[in-house]
Structures are given as structure tokens and as C-alpha cells.
Design a protein around this ligand. Structure first.
Ligand code: G6P
Length: 608
């Protein structure tokens, strides 16, 4: 997500910080800033936009003297991209400066408490609570103050901190957000990612969850959450800079797939509080939710496929009618929209031309609008009446993975919320949904850890001409996305079909050996899809089935089976898509395709 760099040593810090941040630019950001201790005070400079603006502002760092400092590139989460929201953030007396990656989930509560104690906030960020909290608990010992705030802050964080009273030190701590320490010849560094330090050192310490690092120009010490010193071993990084940008993964797509347990968790957990779903940004009370008669979901590409899933989930769980439209169709079909309806526009970038135009069309017709968007401050986020962010962080690979699975989570949360408000589910059912949702990150991780098996299978299909994906209900929605992934990155012709529709045409394309991926996660439809699978195998198809653990019966009708862990029937997409993403990825790698930048495709389609 955002980028962190810190340096302390013999050299001037600002140029090192700017250089380090430039190595993290690939991660995407909207503003940047650095804080340097100049011998008297902590100086901060920030700029919105490219890092170049900050470099110009500081004459490549020359105007900021001092040999210790921290820097940050921000990808907006809480609060729009702006100078005030850019990091570093100060405490009131500007004696503590903080940079932060991650999401502080209880920041509103903390902010309220701090405000009651007289602390004044200068930004909309969750990060600023950390600066004020440190101020509150600092009694002369920074490590003690850090351990105190660790007990109070919920969520994920990687923090770089400097204290004016301890000019010879920089401090770092992390939980569920990466952070490393680099041991250099003429100074030590912290960074959120390896590329930022490679120019200075290859000798790196990986800070583990809830560990604190204290750096001077020469020494590095580590502490646990109780403030006790701990010993750690360092690692020598032998990746080149390209591999380092990808965190050691071969492609951004693979890296982003592996980020999914975290991005799903980040999108989910801030919205589950004390056993219930809190979606403050929805801005609707239960009565308003009950008043909504119909939902229209509008999107393009994978976001549209997330929308198709949402139709099944909303209708099944909350018993509310849902229409799903491709944005390019919706905008020109003069849709009938009523006052008591809600239009949800789903978009990773928030800039897709057709989705934006569809949103404007809905607004022109006076209907309520909600954006489910990944990029904070993007056009759709700004123009929709309300916005619910997916916390997937910057996605670099053109073919979306983690943004798509984060969109699913946002939809599930909304659907449970709507079902609850409309009295369609019992308390016990809600409890069950929340439990299943919270298990998803670990289950995704488990599926990812089985990648070799999928890789092995994918290698057999590198030369495939056509691949079909079939399923019913939510399994059809999963098939749509599975098929799109494959064609996008491997250039293999692929189609998704509602399994029951096969007989009406597509089955004529099945030849000896044609691969068909059957998604079979909806128990009430098992038998129906299985009979389609039998029709396919009897015509020579090779059927790969993706189904729930325990459904051993399927082995009679499938040639190859991938099992997903048990979850609620509404949430199976989040799990079944993982082997399909891996399959597409390994087919494309096997064919030698440019996985991250497939031909003719753009990450963000801002023209019609
Ligand atoms: C492009 C991307 C897809 C994405 C679609 C919609 O086609 O390659 O991955 O799903 O646009 O983009 P959005 O940013 O609106 O989600």
C-alpha cells in the first residue's frame, strides 16, 4: 500500500529518504512527505502528487539538513489525497513525527477520546491518532510509549517514528503490515519494502508482528511488546531490484494473489465491531435500508462479475430485487430508476469511463448512489452520494485479483446488513455469517498454499485452444470471473456458461479433451450441475471440478477435483476463485505470456 522509508547515519537523510521513496513508487501513491531532525527541530515537508514535486520543493532534499528522518508515500485511505492528510503527522507540539502504513480500525474511538482530552487534529487520517497517542503516553522513554500504544491501537500498522528528544534514534514497529530494517555501512534504514534499501545494503532484518526496532547510526536493537530486548538474525537479500519490487514474487499478479488474505481481512475487520456489522460510510439507518425497494448494480469487467455474485447474495439473503448491468449498457438504455431504489457502482480504479457515466446517469435521475471503490478520492468515490472503500491497496497487475476479492467482501457485508435491517435473518444466522466471513482470510491462505497442485494441472493446458467454465447460481458468477482471468492473461479462448444453458448451443463445441471447469459449490444445485458434467464427459470433455470439501460424490463425474474449505453458501466465491486465479496464472506463465501487462488491455479504462 503506502511506502515507508527511514534513515539514520552519517549522510544527509533527506536525499536518502527521497531516493528510497522513489524505489517504492511502483506501489502507487497520491502524495508524499518527509520529516528530518535538523539539530533543533523536526522539519516536515509534504507534497500532493508525484514524488518529483517533493524533490523540487526540497531541492532534492538539500534544503533539509539533518542525518535522521522518516519518509512516506501515501495511498489515501482515511481522508482524500491532500497536503494535510499526507504523512508524516506530528503531535501537537511537533516533537514527535510519525509515518504509517495500514489501517487503524478503532481510530474514531481513539480520536474522540483524544479530542476530549484537548488534542486537536489537523488531518482526517487514522494515522494522526498515533502521533497524539504517543504524545499522551510518552514520559521520556519512546519504547515504553510505543508498547503502550500497541495495547490500544487495533488494526494493522507499520510505523516509523522520530522523537525530538531522542535525535540519535529512529523507531519502528509493525503489526500485520510489512516493515524491514536495513543495516548499512554508513547508516541504518527502515522500509516497508526491500527495494527502498537495496542501494545501501543487502543485509536486512524482517520485523515480525508486534516487534519494535530502535535504530541509531551504528546499532539496531529489537524489543517485544513488553519492552524486553530480543535477538534477531539478519538475512542477505540476493534478489535484483526488479524481483525486490515484487517482494520476491515472479509477477505482481502472483504477489497480489498472495496479498488476498490480508486485503480481505483489511476490508472486513474494520466493519465488524462487537459482533455486528458497522458500515458508517453507508450513511443509512435501518429504516432507510428497509425503505429501499430495489438495487441496481453497475460495473465493468471483473467488478461486473462481482456484481453478478452480489445479485445472488442480496436476493438470497436479504430478499431484495437486484438488477446487474454492464455500465456500458446501462448508460445508454435509459434505465428506469425510482426514488426508493439504490444504484451501486463497483470499480477498483474509480475512473472507468462507462462506470462513471452510469453513475452520473443515475444521479441525474435522482436515485441514491453508492460507490464500492478501491482508489480513495477517485472520480466515482467523489461523485457517488456515498462510498464504501475496499481496502485492497494499489493493484499493479492489469488482471485484477485482490481488488475483486475485496469487492466481494464489501458486498457480503452490505448484504448481511440489509438482510438484518429487513428482518430476513435471525441473530443466530448473522452470527454464523460473521464467523464464516472472519474465517475467509485463513481459508484463502490455505488454498494459496496448495498452489503446486494447481500449477501442475495448469501445465497440462498450456496448449489448450478453448476452455469452458460452467456453473449455476453463484457458481455461474464465479465461472464468469474464472473465464475472464484465463482469457485476459493467457490469450486462450474461454467462455463462461450457465451450466443449464450448455445444451442450447455451447455443447456443440465440446471435442475430445476440451477442458471444462465446473464450479460446484451450491449444494442445492449439485445434482443439476453434475448431470451437466456427465453430459460433457460423455462427449469427451475433460472436467475439472471446483467444489466444497466433503463433496466426494463429485469424483464420479469429474476427471480432476479441487476442494475448497467449508463456508456459507453465499461466500463460496471468495474461495472458489482462488484456484481459478492460480490456474490462469500458471497457464499464462507456462505459455510465456506477459502476465502483468497482457496485450491490448489497460488497468484503468478511462475512455469509452
Ligand atoms: C479493466 C481492467 C479490469 C477491471 C475493469 C473495470 O478492464 O483490466 O481488471 O475489472 O477495467 O475496472 P474498474 O477500475 O472500474 O474496476
Amino acid at each position: 500500500m503506502c511506502g515507508i522509508v527511514g534513515y539514520i547515519g552519517e549522510s544527509q537523510a533527506a536525499p536518502v529518504l527521497l531516493d528510497g521513496l522513489s524505489k517504492l513508487e511502483y506501489r502507487g501513491y497520491d502524495s508524499a512527505g518527509i520529516a528530518v531532525y535538523d539539530g533543533e527541530q523536526i522539519q516536515v515537508q509534504k507534497a500532493v502528487g508525484r514524488l518529483k514535486v517533493l524533490s523540487e520543493l526540497t531541492h532534492d532534499g538539500a534544503t533539509m539538513p539533518g542525518c535522521s528522518g522518516i519518509g512516506h508515500t501515501r495511498w489515501a485511505t482515511h481522508g482524500a489525497p491532500s497536503g494535510a492528510n499526507a504523512h508524516p503527522h506530528y503531535n501537537q507540539s511537533e516533537t514527535i513525527a510519525v509515518v504509517h502504513n495500514g489501517i487503524i480500525e478503532n481510530y474514531l474511538k481513539l480520536r474522540k477520546r483524544l479530542e476530549e482530552k484537548g488534542y486537536q487534529f489537523r488531518s482526517d487520517t487514522d494515522t494522526e491518532v498515533v502521533a497524539h497517542l504517543l504524545d499522551r503516553y510518552y514520559k521520556g522513554d519512546p519504547v515504553e510509549a510505543i508498547t503502550k500504544i500497541m495495547h490500544r491501537v487495533e488494526g494493522s500498522y507499520a510505523l516509523g517514528i522520530i522523537f525530538k528528544e531522542h535525535p540519535g534514534h529512529i523507531y519502528a514497529v509493525r503489526k500485520d503490515s510489512p516493515l524491514i530494517v536495513g543495516h548499512g555501512k554508513d547508516g541504518n534504514l527502515i522500509a516497508s519494502d526491500v527495494p527502498a534499501v537495496l542501494k545501501y545494503t543487502r543485509n536486512v532484518y524482517f520485523i515480525q508482528n508486534e516487534e519494535i526496532a530502535v535504530l541509531t547510526g551504528e546499532t539496531i536493537a529489537f524489543y517485544n511488546v513488553d519492552g524486553e530486548e530480543i535477538q534477531k538474525g539478519s538475512t542477505t537479500i540476493d534478489w535484483d531490484i526488479n524481483a525486490a519490487e515484487k517482494g520476491g514474487y515472479e509477477h505482481f499478479m502472483l504477489k497480489e494473489m498472495y496479498e488476498q488474505p490480508q486485503t480481505v481481512r483489511d476490508t472486513l475487520s474494520p466493519r465488524i465491531k462487537d459482533g455486528s456489522i458497522v458500515i458508517e460510510e453507508l450513511g443509512m439507518d435501518e429504516e432507510e435500508i428497509r425503505g429501499i425497494r430495489k438495487i441496481h448494480i453497475v460495473a465493468c469487467g471483473s467488478a461486473y462479475h462481482a456484481g453478478v455474485t452480489a445479485k445472488y447474495v442480496f436476493e438470497g439473503m436479504a430478499r431484495i430485487p437486484v438488477e446487474v448491468d454492464l455500465a456500458s449498457e446501462f448508460r445508454y438504455r435509459n434505465p428506469i430508476l425510482m426514488d426508493d431504489e439504490l444504484v451501486i457502482v463497483i470499480s477498483q480504479s474509480g475512473e472507468t469511463a462507462d462506470s462513471l457515466a452510469a453513475l452520473r446517469e443515475a444521479k441525474r435521475k435522482g436515485v441514491k448512489t453508492l460507490g464500492i471503490v478501491n482508489v480513495v478520492g477517485s472520480s466515482i468515490a467523489r461523485e457517488a452520494d456515498r462510498v464504501m472503500y475496499t481496502w485492497a491497496g494499489p493493484e499493479i497487475a492489469v488482471a485484477t485479483t485482490k481488488a475483486y476479492t475485496a469487492q466481494l467482501i464489501a458486498e457480503y457485508l452490505l448484504a448481511v446488513k440489509f438482510a438484518q435491517a429487513r428482518g430476513e435473518v435471525t441473530e443466530a444466522e448473522v452470527e454464523g455469517y460473521l464467523k464464516d466471513l472472519q474465517r475467509l482470510p485463513d481459508q484463502i491462505e490455505m488454498l494459496l498454499s496448495n498452489k503446486e497442485r494447481i500449477q501442475h494441472f495448469a501445465n497440462r493446458y498450456i496448449a489448450a485452444k478453448d476452455v469452458f467454465f460452467v456453473g449455476r447460481g453463484i457458481d455461474y458468477a464465479i465461472s464468469l470471473e474464472g473465464s475472464l482471468k484465463l482469457k485476459e492473461i493467457s490469450y486462450i479462448h474461454s467462455e463462461a456458461y450457465a451450466a443449464g444453458e450448455l445444451k442450447h448451443g455451447t455443447i456443440s463445441l465440446i471435442e475430445e479433451g476440451t477442458l471444462v471447469a465446473a464450479v460446484v459449490t451450491q449444494e442445492n444445485l449439485y445434482k443439476k450441475t453434475v448431470s451437466n458434467m456427465v453430459e460433457l464427459t460423455s462427449r469427451g470433455a475433460f472436467v475439472l471440478a471446483v467444489t466444497n470439501a466433503g463433496n466426494r460424490e463429485i469424483e464420479k463425474a469429474a476427471d480432476y477435483v479441487v476442494y475448497i474449505p467449508q463456508t456459507n453458501k453465499y461466500f463460496t466465491n471468495s474461495l472458489a476463485i482462488i484456484p481459478l486465479q492460480l490456474f490462469s496464472y500458471y497457464v499464462a506463465v507456462g505459455k510465456g505470456c506477459d502476465v502483468d501487462k497482457p496485450r491490448n488491455l489497460a488497468k484503468s479504462v478511462t475512455v469509452e
